[in-house]
Ligand binder design. Structure first.
Ligand SMILES: *[C@@H]1O[C@H](CO)[C@@H](O)[C@H](O)[C@H]1NC(C)=O
Length: 581
């Protein structure tokens, strides 16, 4: 018990206090070169610890490293000391630091790495540096493999801070069996005019992210929103006004006439429209989690806009976990109160389902990927301590907070206050045209929302699966808002058609028709995999499709919930204005 609390405290502290370094150096102060990971260029997520290749370490005494933050540990950051002696503002001419003898397996390992375009990543003062392991050359039918042995660091400083690092790989040596290969390094310090605050700018790619297409797509989606909102409000105003007029004319007829008369449309289902959805437990858990996902996404995007989170390793993930844990009461409140309004009785089970729905999905995917990562000895394999920490967060933070939310929700907002009474006997659902079937509506509902985001999806995917740092979170926020509006409009229209066909099962239909956006996103991810990336190998493929499925499901929860919220406002509105006898 004590140790789990310690772990918990440790991760809270490390979440808050992720940066212990001051980033300022005195003359000749030690500058640490951390070796991070090595892996095939085309598989960004397939990374191994740098020293899993038989590289040698410099002579300097090792400094032990622990994973600084939860986000780092989860993303497979594995910093190890290089053993290279670097001091602030002290130039070092080409100096050998270690030597390897190419035994059979070492040679095989290096040749494999060179063949697969392995490259490695290092950090100096939190600035990432990339270098390529070696290269192959074809020479009259035989392929020779070479390894780069000289690392030249050009480090720029501004005052007492490091602002720029360039690495040049030089001096390639052929990988011959039993050859002795010495490794050398060189450090040149240069005064640089770059400001410390701007030192990450060179890693960003404005030409890519602020491409005309990106602006154009935002503009396009924006126009679509205006058009859709206009269309929806016009249709609804006109049809609803007509409906109301018809219904009030019906009022004047006597009972006999009305029984024979031509009453039809959404008013007919007033006695069933607020009937609880089927599977109320699952439904309320989904909606509760969806509320939380919406909140977390908004918060994280806003934090990212304000905080330039990309400059710190893993900080985005740490923030997301922290915000998710902290917003658990929202999940409990919304899910619990919805469940109570639907007349649910087994609220503890509902709360557990609500609390662990998303964590279980995430952990399930991570567990599966982890299994393969361990088999591959990849650095993505999640360390045991981190697993314990995540479990602790689920059990000791998320669960109690969800419980608090659920209790509050059941007591404060658990009473049904529907504008119409629910009939005791469900009304039979009449036969209708095939395109009015819920399944068809669900399938079509996602098309427009997907259309409004798929260009942004390309940018997000590229920043995650290729080597681009996503930094245009303002765009993301805009697209997020656009997506929400489009989703709400589309689901309202879908629900109107459904209710007009006298089918009252609108809760699941509205949720699923909005959530089907994610189905299209997942399909798009297949296209992206086959046409936009060159990933290969079991690990990377599993990683890609596993986490894409997770991403799509979460997006589905988000859209579905937003669709449901919008629709329930709409339904409540139209049924509270119509006079029901
Ligand atoms: C690193 O390379 C860039 C581009 O070639 C150059 O502008 C910059 O001055 C270099 N920095 C250092 C410290 O040499």
């Amino acid at each position: 018990m004590k140790s789990t609390i310690l772990v918990l405290v440790w991760c809270c502290v490390s979440l808050v206090n992720s940066d212990e370094h001051t980033h300022t150096y005195d003359e000749n102060e030690e500058v640490v070169l951390w070796m991070n990971t090595v892996g095939p260029y085309h598989n960004r997520q397939e990374t191994y610890a740098y020293f899993s290749l038989p590289f040698c370490v410099g002579s300097k005494q090792a400094i032990s490293h622990y994973h600084e933050t939860l986000g780092e540990a989860l993303q497979g950051v594995e910093l190890e000391f290089s053993g290279l002696d670097i001091e602030f503002k002290a130039d070092i001419s080409a100096t050998p630091y270690c030597e390897i003898e190419l035994t059979d397996d070492k040679q095989k390992a290096f040749v494999y790495a060179v063949k697969n375009h392995y490259w490695y990543q290092m950090y100096i003062d939190d600035l990432p540096i990339w270098g390529i392991v070696g290269e192959s050359e074809e020479n009259g039918g035989t392929v020779n493999h070479f390894i780069w042995t000289h690392k030249k660091f050009d480090i720029g400083y501004n005052g007492n801070k490091i602002v720029d690092v360039n690495l040049t790989s030089e001096n390639k040596v052929r990988l011959d069996l039993n050859a002795k290969i010495p490794f050398t390094y060189e450090v040149n310090w240069r005064k640089s005019p770059i400001k410390y605050e701007d030192r990450f700018d060179k890693y960003l790619d404005p030409n890519f992210f602020q491409h005309r297409i990106h602006w154009f797509s935002i503009f396009n989606s924006f126009m679509m929103v205006i058009f859709l909102v206009g269309l929806v409000s016009m249709i609804l105003m006109r049809t609803l006004r007509k409906d109301y007029a018809r219904y009030s004319k019906d009022e004047e007829m006597d009972d006999m006439e009305r029984d024979l008369g031509d009453e039809y449309g959404w008013k007919q289902v007033h006695g069933d429209v607020f009937r609880p959805a089927s599977q109320p437990m699952i439904f309320s858990a989904l909606i509760g989690t969806g509320y939380q996902v919406v909140t977390v996404s908004l918060c994280v995007i806003i934090f990212a806009i304000l905080g330039e989170l990309y400059t710190e390793r893993g900080s985005l993930l740490s923030t997301a976990i922290f915000v998710y844990a902290a917003t658990s009461p929202i999940n409990g409140y919304c899910g619990g109160s919805l469940y109570a309004r639907m007349g649910g009785k087994v609220w503890i089970r509902q709360m557990l389902l609500s609390a662990f729905l998303l964590p279980a999905m995430v952990c399930g995917t991570a567990f599966l990927i982890n299994f393969i990562a361990i088999y591959y000895h990849a650095s993505r394999a999640i360390p045991f301590g981190t697993m314990v920490a995540v479990t602790c967060i689920c059990l000791f933070v998320i669960l109690p907070l969800t419980l608090v939310g659920t209790v509050l929700g059941r007591n404060l907002a658990g009473q049904p206050d529907y504008p119409c009474r629910i009939n005791a006997v469900p009304r039979p659902i009449p036969e209708k045209k095939w395109f009015m079937e819920p399944a068809v509506i669900v399938g079509l509902g996602g098309i427009l929302p997907f259309g409004s985001i798929f260009i942004e999806m390309y940018f997000i995917f590229t920043s995650f699966w290729a080597y681009k740092i996503y930094y245009v979170y303002g765009f993301m926020l805009l697209v997020f808002v656009i997506l929400m509006i489009v989703t709400v409009c589309v689901t309202i229209v879908c629900t109107y058609f459904l209710l007009n066909a006298e089918d009252y099962r609108w809760q699941w239909t509205s949720f699923l028709s909005a959530a089907s956006t994610s189905g299209y996103v997942y399909l798009y991810s297949f296209y992206y995999f086959f046409f936009k990336t060159k990933m290969y190998g079991l690990f990377q493929t599993m990683f890609y499709f596993g986490y894409m499925a997770l991403f799509s499901l979460t997006l589905g929860l988000l859209c579905g919930t937003v669709g449901y919220i919008g629709t329930s406002f709409f339904v409540r509105k139209i049924y509270s204005t119509v006079k029901i006898d």
